[in-house]
Design a protein around this ligand. Structure first.
Ligand SMILES: [Zn+2]
Length: 319
């Protein structure tokens, strides 16, 4: 879908009018998905990668033919308790079942959810070699969640014995990038490193691992951290633009239009506008007691937006 003229929403005019691919969404409920698609249409998103939390994509595909690239979700429940054997079998038939990507979630909270396991294996664990190797053999890119915001580690993950440190999680991920150099990785949430003091390390990782890509979800995390030093963030996005994908991480699970709109409008405002200290249109629970989160527009050039919004995804998927 191509939209003509500026798109006006919530009193903000977005100047980019080309097609947009959302590289990270989730589907849980079909009615919620219908609502998400409506909001996407209004915000210029014509295609998306969606992580399927269920067994079948048929229903979604019949309702929205050609709109989605599907990612198979490998649940931590099974992976971390029973090991990757079942997932490896699953990978072998993913493509023929309509999936073009895999999603695996590594996050400290698994240590809480799986309290009967002493230690949830990290992403670089030898146990997972067979799974990442299988994905590599089948040429299936993988979307990984490797870590959470610094704000979480300062509040809810303070016990490093239970949760590990954020630095641990980043270096474990780096070991995995190193082990599977032929596998395309999309690390969610800017590889957990949008914080200004982490950009230098992310730059080093981009320089060392051509198989590393990152996405721009989540809206509040990106707006909050890029807003701390917008000039630095802008320079970084322009320099590494070829490795960065637009993404909202919207989860189609509830009929809450404001939720979907807030993520779309704030991210587009962040990337395209030149607003200064514009309130995030929804609550950021991490800053609710410290003054709130504000958007500082990065005002990125057209050719940069084109890559973030579409062209980079085209290099990974058949759009
Ligand atoms: Zn997600």
């Amino acid at each position: 879908m191509t939209l003509c003229g500026n798109i006006t929403m919530s009193n903000h005019s977005f100047r980019y009018t080309g097609p947009i691919f959302d590289a990270h969404t989730h589907v849980i409920d079909i009615d919620a998905l219908k609502m998400l698609v409506k909001v996407e249409d209004e915000y210029g998103i014509s295609k998306a990668l969606t992580i399927v939390h269920g067994e079948s994509i048929q229903e979604y595909d019949e309702m929205f033919p050609g709109r989605f690239i599907y990612a198979r979700y490998f649940s931590g429940w099974t992976l971390f308790t029973e090991g990757p054997r079942q997932a490896v079998e699953d990978v072998k038939t993913l493509r023929e079942r309509g999936y073009d990507m895999a999603k695996i979630h590594f996050a400290p909270f698994w240590s809480d959810r799986l309290s009967d396991i002493e230690h949830v294996p990290p992403i670089d664990s030898h146990d997972f070699d067979v799974l990442f190797d299988a994905l590599m053999d089948e040429d299936i890119p993988v979307l990984v969640h490797i870590g959470d915001p610094d704000t979480y580690f300062a509040t809810r993950y303070t016990d490093a014995k239970v949760y590990g440190t954020k630095e641990d999680h980043i270096s474990e991920f780096e070991n995995r990038l190193h082990k599977n150099k032929e596998l395309i990785f999309q690390a969610a949430h800017f590889a957990a490193q949008p914080e200004p003091h982490r950009l230098q390390n992310l730059a080093r990782m981009f320089d060392n691992y051509p198989n590393l890509n990152v996405d721009l979800s989540s809206a509040r995390w990106m707006c909050r951290e890029f807003g701390r030093n917008p000039e630095q963030a802008r320079d970084f996005l322009i320099k590494y633009v070829d490795r960065i994908l637009f993404a909202t991480d919207c989860v189609a699970s509830k009929l809450d239009r404001n939720y979907y709109e807030g993520r779309h409008s704030s991210l587009r405002m962040l990337l395209e506008s030149d607003v200064k200290k514009e309130s995030l249109p929804f609550v950021d629970t991490d800053t609710v007691n410290s003054g709130g989160t504000f958007i500082y527009g990065l005002n990125l050039p057209e050719n940069i937006l084109e890559k973030l919004y579409w062209k980079n995804a085209e290099k990974i998927h058949n759009l």
